[in-house]
Design a protein around this ligand. Sequence first.
Ligand code: IMP
Ligand code: MG
Length: 187
Amino acid sequence: MASDISHIVKVHQKEFETYISYSSIQERTREIAARINEDYAGRSPLFIGVLNGVFMFAADLMKGIELPSEISFIKLSSYKDTSSSGNILELIGLKENLKDIDIIIIEDIIDTGETISHVVKKIQSLGPRSVEIATLLLKPEIFNKSIPLKYVGFKIPHKFVIGYGLDYNGLGRNLKDIYQIKEPLDH
Ligand code: IMP
Ligand code: MG
């Protein structure tokens, strides 16, 4: 998966090393797009990207989609509920009318699955015909939800990654390849 030449980048005092090259990402993304084209032949799915992290993957995935399809983006904002101690997740930018539409949610990464399960629940409540998920990355060791993930780019270990849209405290989204956190060697 890693590119031939390993690069190290430093973000907020932490070191990251090349993990998935942009050419591998492109190749896998083209395969996923081809599968979607096949699975949805004759239909017009609405793609919904979950910002911010998904902007690069969504752009590359859509270049391979040959279906008459729209794309829209949503954002999750977390705010404190003053009447309880919990955090409320609100979806911003969701179209009201999803009735009888085939939806493909695009995500950059699924970790515990908390975020995606919240997004799926909200979208399901608007009565679409179908909902599927396309995620570039999945951390299967910690994903603990029963939601089916139809299109998965790469299954990766439980290690923090940045680049290609993914950030570490706001930085690293602009990196072309995906980088993995460099752990100090065990002794
Ligand atoms: P989940 O709700 O636990 O599935 O977490 C999903 C969200 O956590 C993603 O949309 C990212 O914003 C963030 N996230 C999880 N793992 C990583 C990572 O390795 N790098 C960057 N962001 C991550
Ligand atoms: Mg995300």
